[in-house]
Design a protein around this ligand. Structure first.
Ligand code: HMG
Ligand code: MG
Length: 303
């Protein structure tokens, strides 16, 4: 497992979309810049969704424009439909992500349509993106369990992944939205999906609600997956997924990978600084175990 792993930083999007405190556009831009400076060269910076549904992601156009001068980084944004695609393109988006769900219950709660209807909404987005030279990433939520429909069969995830892949998504990110998965289930799901599409085009997007994310990521790496979505400080959650807490923390993932001899190119000190600053603005300490340990170590050293 000594080859490269690509980390897609979720902090400014998944991380902030469920927060009660309003974070200014300037602070969101500064957060993205701090993450890039720490070596996180792919960052999801916002979402072009209804501001009534997710007010925290309003002004994602200003955030995307505000980081457009940053060199050597790729910025992603969520788009649920053509309206979102139009707005994202107008703000200069070069990579967009569509998001579907493995369960009808979550699809309805999150984007107000059935899974089949969501695919119909994505088709024109993918067709236009192809013509515009824009890359499209595809998310599938609730791959290891749904807050409304319960158990999810690996085949349901594999079939939907194939549909998104055939439509032209370059990568499929598999979301354990409510963090209920355990390693055996994660392995079965990843095997089913990778029977349909190349494992090199899969990403793991695991929330850490039940503390299983690192174990599930490790199993996924054994299955050959090399792309991991994570959020600085363990921020994150979806307002339409009751009980969901943060993404696996980027610090925790980086610590595990570096400890395994896998180079991430990420500067932990700078990442910790980015996490501490956004945590200060949110008014609470990070949930990341590694960030907590490193902050405590610094405090001891300064005594
Ligand atoms: P809808 O109500 O079915 O849509 O919502 P509609 O077409 O009937 O439009 C309703 C209103 O929304 C209209 O405005 C539209 O203009 C507006 P009004 O006339 O009422 O003033 N609208 C939009 N505004 C801005 N941007 C748009 C847009 N589209 C319509 N793109 C819709 C459907 C998808 C828009 C809505 O349900 C929505 O925005 N949902 C947001 C869901 C979301 O962002 N969830 C969190 C991200 S997903 C996630 O976190 C999971 C993930 O991390 C992976 C994982 O963990 O599993 C990715
Ligand atoms: Mg998520």
């Amino acid at each position: 497992m000594s080859d490269r792993v690509r980390i897609i930083e979720m902090g400014p999007r998944d991380g902030l979309q469920n927060e009660k405190s309003a974070i200014s556009v300037e602070a969101r831009i500064a957060f993205v810049q701090a993450l890039v400076a720490a070596g996180l060269t792919t960052v999801e910076v916002g979402a072009f969704v209804s501001p009534k549904a997710i007010p925290q992601m309003a002004s994602s156009d200003a955030v995307l424009r505000g980081v457009s001068h940053v060199k050597g980084a790729e910025f992603h944004v969520l788009v649920p439909n053509e309206k979102g695609y139009d707005a994202a393109r107008a703000a200069g988006a070069k990579v967009v992500s569509v998001f579907a769900a493995a369960s009808e219950g979550f699809s309805r709660a999150n984007i107000n349509c059935s899974v089949a209807e969501s695919i119909e909404r994505f088709k024109p987005v993918l067709a236009r993106a192809k013509a515009d030279g824009v890359k499209v990433r595809g998310y599938i939520s609730c791959v290891l369990g749904c807050p409304f429909d319960g158990e999810i069969k690996p085949k349901a995830v594999a079939d939907l992944a194939k549909t998104l892949w055939d439509l032209g998504c370059y990568e499929i990110s598999l979301g354990d939205t409510i963090g209920v998965g355990t390693p055996g289930k994660a392995k079965a799901m990843l095997r089913a999906v990778s029977a349909n599409i190349p494992v090199a085009s899969l990403a793991m997007h695991f929330h850490d609600t039940y503390g299983q994310a690192l174990a599930n990521l490790y199993v996924g790496m054994e299955e050959g997956v090399r792309v991991i979505d994570s959020a600085a400080g363990g921020l994150g959650g979806c307002p339409y997924a009751p009980g969901a807490t943060g993404n696996v923390a980027t610090e925790d993932v980086v610590y595990m990978l570096e400890g395994m001899g896998i180079r991430t190119g990420i500067d932990m000190e700078r990442l910790l600084a980015a996490t501490n600053e956004i945590s200060r603005l949110l008014g609470r300490p990070p949930v990341s175990r590694v960030a907590t340990a490193l902050n405590a170590k610094k405090k001891r050293a300064s005594l």
